[in-house]
Design a protein around this ligand. Structure first.
Ligand code: ATP
Length: 288
């Protein structure tokens, strides 16, 4: 009842088989999260609890992986983007100023008190929970310096560090961070017990990884039997990300819809027939 009142996060519905390729990455993630979750007694025996940092180019499946591990471990999932986090702390500090009359009302002095943002409170209530910090680099100390009067960013980072350190006592809240630019991160975020388990999520280097990703993606689409996914992959430019392959399938879907509309107008198909992707749809998608 209580969780519902605060808008409880839910267990996502992304399964491991929805994430194509990335075998080693999946294993690393499971080892980091599943083991301490299922065997908490190992923590007192010396197993280290780590926060994960998934880094790599955009569209390679970092968000998808974080959701999948939550689903597979039956954990709720809370996502917060770096910029939102900044607003949360800043917004909250402003609220404090308003509510607390003994705080000097000087807009040039940003005031922060160690309050736990909503996201951490929600996570504790909905535990076991994964908090996913997307775009973690937006908390980078060098970003937004020009508009950063009074070191707002430094304060946001130090508040976040305090929260991360405090998570050790609430054993079943885990953090996963994601970034395209790990080089920009404040080094203090990477210290032991914080985002200390770095996992690279890269672009499939070869046709086989691309094929595995495409196979995972087409599970969501109806593809006509006889369509050769490996032929499609062979015709793709090298180094397509999962997001690119998803876009390819969406384009194929557009072609399938157009084809169907045409057939319906000619009286050769009906509204309620299933929409399936054929080889021609993929050719259309590959050509645009
Ligand atoms: P960003 O850094 O831009 O946030 P990201 O690495 O978090 O990117 P995702 O949001 O996980 O990327 O991926 C975008 C979409 O691309 C996913 O929703 C999914 O449809 C598809 N996708 C990416 N990688 C994979 C993969 N390995 N297997 C299946 N689908 C994938």
């Amino acid at each position: 009842r209580h969780s519902k009142a605060i808008g409880a996060p839910e267990i996502p519905s992304v399964r491991w088989q929805d994430v194509g390729g990335l075998q080693q990455v999946k294993k690393d993630i499971l080892d980091t999260i599943q083991l301490p979750l299922e065997r908490p007694e190992l923590l007192s025996a010396g197993l280290r609890r780590s926060g994960l940092l998934l880094y790599g180019p955009p569209g390679t499946g970092k968000t998808l992986l974080a959701k999948a591990v939550a689903t597979e471990c039956s954990m709720t999932f809370l996502s917060v983007k770096g910029p939102e986090l900044i607003n949360m702390y800043v917004g909250q500090s402003e609220e404090n100023i308003r509510e607390d009359s003994d705080i000097p009302d000087d807009p040039t002095l940003p005031f922060f008190r160690p309050v736990s943002p909503e996201v951490f409170r929600k996570a504790r209530v909905a535990a076991p929970c994964i908090i996913f910090f997307d775009e973690l680099d937006s908390l980078a100390p060098n970003r937004g310096r020009s508009g950063d009067s009074g070191g707002v960013m430094d304060r946001v980072v130090s508040q976040l560090l305090a929260e991360l350190d405090g998570l050790h006592s609430s054993g079943d809240v885990f953090v996963i961070g994601a970034t395209n630019r790990p080089d920009l991160l404040d080094q203090s975020l990477l210290r032991p017990g914080r985002f200390d388990r770095l996992v690279y999520v890269g672009i499939g280097e070869d046709r086989e990884s691309q094929l595995q990703i495409l196979r995972a993606i087409v599970r969501k689409f109806k593809v006509e039997p006889g369509v050769s996914l490996s032929e499609i992959v062979d015709r793709c430019p090298l180094h397509l990300t999962g997001a690119d392959l998803y876009a390819l399938c969406s384009d194929a879907m557009t072609s399938a819809v157009k084809r169907k509309i045409l057939l319906i107008s000619e009286g050769l198909d009906s509204e309620d027939s299933e929409l399936t992707l054929c080889a021609e749809d993929f050719s259309y998608a590959l050509d645009i």
